[in-house]
Write a protein that binds this ligand. Structure first.
Ligand SMILES: Nc1ncnc2c1ncn2[C@@H]1O[C@H](COP(=O)(O)OP(=O)(O)OP(=O)(O)O)[C@@H](O)[C@H]1O
Ligand SMILES: [Mg+2]
Length: 231
């Protein structure tokens, strides 16, 4: 079942070398199921940090990550892993492919040790075909271009059919044409399967195609178009 999700009073402070960085400060935001949201803002404004907290890949310093009406950030690691498997697909800004696994194996990796009702290999191959990588199934990440690695990462994020797709600059490394194909893929997932999509972008044209734009600056949300009327 798909739920709303969001943050209540979330702050994130990174400590290191005697310096504290306030990456997020008292963030309150809610996303309804099936939304298509762009997060924009200058470099260092906290976009990736926000996405990784919502995706439960990192914990807030204070505040709560909410799923439905329930805080989830105090669950145990195993429960959080199950939660992510059921609900979250994550496309990282830096891909994070496993270097010793092939394209096909990378896409199947989230399914290792999971019982599923479908054929894992067929599902992975079909997604890789969708992103135009059917001829690279057995290549290692080091043998792929940046844009191709990005597309492997996208297929991997979709393989378990998550209810939310969190994408950190999903088209940032792609040429205009490939970027458009990927964006269309995210858009059709949203429209046809009701998959909620929250994506970070530096491209104003892409952001304008979302149903909602959240703007960040210095760790805060400075504008949220939620509720504004769109054409
Ligand atoms: N692991 C970390 N340790 C220390 N500081 C960090 C860490 N991760 C992020 N930061 C700091 O937190 C702030 C927000 O970083 P974040 O990566 O969320 O920015 P961003 O908006 O995604 O930027 P970009 O557009 O460049 O990707 C920055 O000042 C950054 O230096
Ligand atoms: Mg970032």
């Amino acid at each position: 079942m798909v739920h709303t999700m969001g943050c209540t009073g979330v702050s994130k402070i990174f400590q290191g070398d005697g310096i504290s960085t306030y990456a997020l400060e008292d963030i309150n935001v809610k996303f309804d199921e099936g939304e298509f949201v762009a997060i924009v803002g200058p470099s260092g404004s906290g976009k990736s940090t926000l996405l990784s907290l919502i995706g439960t890949l990192d914990l807030p310093s204070s505040g709560e990550i909410m799923y439905g009406n329930e805080p989830i950030n105090n669950r145990r690691p195993k429960q959080l892993a199950d939660f992510r498997f059921e609900n979250i697909g994550f496309i990282f800004q830096q891909f994070h492919l496993l270097p010793t696994l092939t394209t096909l194996e990378n896409v199947m990796a989230p399914l290792f040790s999971r019982k599923v009702s479908y054929n894992k290999k067929e599902r992975a191959e079909s997604l890789l075909k969708d992103v135009g990588l059917e001829d690279k199934l057995h290549s290692l990440p080091s043998q792929l271009s940046g844009g191709q690695q990005q597309r492997v990462a996208i297929a991997r994020a979709l393989v378990h059919e998550p209810s939310w797709l969190l994408a950190d600059e999903p088209t940032g490394n792609l040429d205009t044409h490939t970027g458009e194909i990927i964006f269309e893929k995210l858009s059709s997932l949203n429209k046809e399967k009701g998959c909620g999509v929250i994506f970070v972008t530096h491209d104003p044209d892409l952001a304008a195609r979302a149903n909602r734009i959240v703007e960040m600056k210095n760790g805060k949300i400075t504008r949220d178009s939620r509720g504004e009327v769109h054409a």
